[in-house]
Design a protein around this ligand. Structure first.
Ligand code: NAP
Length: 559
């Protein structure tokens, strides 16, 4: 180790998105630690630094997609639309960065290549691809859940003579699609946002659909001055709301059960939720994700709406041939997605009927031999979600690597800490509510918990904290059981289960018990002296707190 005073830190944070920025602020400004952030991109933004594809916009509503730790930050910021666009989110994160003077402690353009723990020095060594190394006692990953882009291994891509892009690594300049024939692979939340925008300017758009998807109209609109004033003056109410809902969104999930209202009433409620638009639709009934009958009622309603929008019945058939429960895959929301297929220059290709055979110099050929000539291919094909960004850090100790420990799927305690990897915390790791919730709210909860945990260690002279193996076993079982109580794991082709990545273990990754319940569990564990963790003091005295709690005190589910 080539350590000197300059490259040894109390804490290092990897990633400068919502999580990394807030974690830097809390550890540096509240605990007074020497902290730095290591960031791959050239600026702050995390997910939003990379996701600049046409139509990239957050599906969470603006009044809830923000930090709530500071009234001042809240009151001095103004969103312009119901859903924040990618440019505006980057502007917001830059505003926060500059307001808190965070930039001076962020190293940009540095990709972490390895994180190794030295048992002797009790320090993490963080190496980057540039060849430099930094050391720290506390290592916090803030790498996001959806940052490892997945470009599927389709034969022939290297032969393609046009341009190709992945939506999650979009160029930082405008792409002019005028006069170009564009093929888009993927119809998840991203593809559903991108297609209508690309169709506005390209000569021809061909959408290659493998799995059709439900989507609810977003009904985006500009904020008027009255609403901006309302949001600014209702900081406490909004904060309390997002921190108390199971999904961290600024709306409540109804207590109504789908089949306990009359058919006429049910349709009226679906209609009202459809008019309202966005992820709120998911909240119209309590049991949409726990009762197949309830879910089918919602699914039938949405399919009938899609049919009304799409003029060609054969195209409508392909778009509504959906075999999974509504919202069991992440439910997209859209702006004129289905209507896009009514345009003469937009074609839908059903890959279930005729899969892609190969990519050739001038386009995509299907197994039937049908060929689509293309100038551009857009891969809206998602991510190696949740575990991918963590495994890419090559985290290891002398005894184990994270890759081997997670060989059978993620295994950790609270989604926050991993047995065998001391003083390492994973913000929104697998096993936490993360992607089933409104991310900034989940992030604040994690960062606050980690900060209090480190403060506790500093106050009590504890030099090392590590999740117990038994805690990880109980928590991992609880994550699975909670998901099994819902319809979520019923979808076999879902990235929640890792099914989109060949060879990835099929394990349901996010915690479906609800952010509000999860928050209580984490708080109780802290209040009881970090139950389920081993805390080791300077005098190598081991304070082991056996885990005896029963986590399933009740559950709700997020979106
Ligand atoms: P995704 O949900 O994983 O969708 C990827 C799409 O690509 C799917 O339609 C998938 O088909 C298709 N695909 C993948 N490999 C393929 C192949 N080899 N051949 C043909 N099709 C293939 O990815 P995403 O749309 O980027 O969304 C990921 C997540 O990001 C979302 O679920 C959401 O959590 C988040 N997101 C958020 C926002 C927002 O809030 N603004 C916007 C976009 C995304 P299959 O379904 O058959 O696998």
């Amino acid at each position: 180790m080539n350590k000197n005073l300059n490259n040894v830190y109390d804490a290092l944070v990897i990633g400068a998105g919502f999580s990394g920025l807030y974690q830097l602020h809390r550890l540096r400004d509240d605990l007074g630690l020497k902290v730095a952030v290591i960031e791959k991109g050239a600026d702050v933004g995390g997910t939003w630094y990379w996701n600049r594809y046409p139509g990239a916009r957050c599906d969470s509503e603006s009044q809830g997609y923000a930090y709530f730790f500071s009234r001042k930050l809240h009151e001095n910021w103004q969103w312009s639309e119901r859903y924040p666009g990618h440019n505006e989110i980057r502007k917001y994160l830059n505003y926060v960065t500059d307001s808190l003077n965070l930039r001076k402690d962020i190293f940009f353009n540095k990709t972490v290549s390895k994180c190794s723990f030295s048992e002797d020095a009790k320090l993490w060594e963080i190496q980057t691809e540039n060849g430099d190394a930094r050391y720290c006692k506390w290592l916090i990953t803030a790498v996001g859940c959806l940052s490892a882009a997945n470009v599927p291994n389709i034969q022939g891509l290297s032969r393609f003579e046009g341009q190709w892009y992945h939506t999650g690594k979009w160029p930082h300049y405008d792409i002019d699609f005028k006069g170009l024939r564009v093929g888009q692979i993927g119809t998840g939340s991203t593809g559903i946002q991108a297609a209508p925008e690309i169709a506005k300017t390209c000569e021809h758009l061909t959408v290659f659909q493998r799995t059709p998807n439900y989507s609810i109209p977003a009904r985006n609109s500009e904020w008027d001055a009255l609403y901006t004033d309302w949001v600014r003056s209702h900081y406490e109410e909004l904060k309390a709301l997002v921190r108390s809902t199971p999904n961290g969104h600024p709306f409540r999930i109804s207590n109504n059960l789908t089949m306990e209202v009359s058919e006429a009433e049910r349709q009226k409620m679906f209609e009202a939720a459809w008019s309202d638009g966005g992820l709120r639709f998911r909240g119209v009934f309590l049991d949409l994700l726990t009762s197949q009958t309830a879910n089918s009622a919602a699914a039938d309603f949405i399919k009938s709406k899609i049919r009304q929008k799409v003029t060609d019945p054969a195209t409508a058939d392909i778009l509504t041939n959906i075999d999974h429960p509504y919202a069991a895959k992440r439910p997209p929301i859209d702006t004129h997605y289905f209507e896009t297929f009514n345009k003469d220059h937009v074609t839908l290709v059903d890959l279930q009927a005729d899969p892609i055979a190969e990519i050739v110099q001038n386009g995509i050929t299907l197994e039937s031999g049908t060929h689509h000539e293309l100038d551009v291919i857009v891969f809206a094909t998602g991510y190696d979600a949740m575990t991918g960004p963590l495994l890419n850090l090559n985290i290891e100790t002398a005894k184990a690597s994270l890759k081997s420990y997670w060989g059978g799927g993620p295994r950790n305690y609270l989604g926050l800490a991993i047995p065998g990897f001391p003083n390492l915390f994973t913000i929104t790791g697998p096993g936490s509510p993360s992607v089933l919730s409104n991310m900034p709210v989940s992030i604040e909860q994690h960062v606050d918990w980690i900060t209090e945990c480190i403060a506790h260690c500093l106050e009590t002279g504890c030099t090392s904290i590590e999740a117990q193996e038994q805690s990880a076993e109980i928590w991992t079982d609880h994550v699975r059981e909670t998901a099994d109580a819902t319809l979520l794991p019923k979808v076999k082709h879902s990235w929640y289960l890792g099914a989109n990545i060949p060879g990835k273990p099929r394990v349901f990754m996010p915690y479906a018990g609800g952010l509000n319940i999860y928050r209580k569990i984490c708080d109780n564990i802290a209040e009881e002296g970090y139950k389920g963790f081993d805390l080791i003091s300077d005098k190598t005295h081991v304070i082991s707190k056996p885990l005896d709690f029963k986590p399933s005190e009740g559950f709700m589910f997020g979106v």
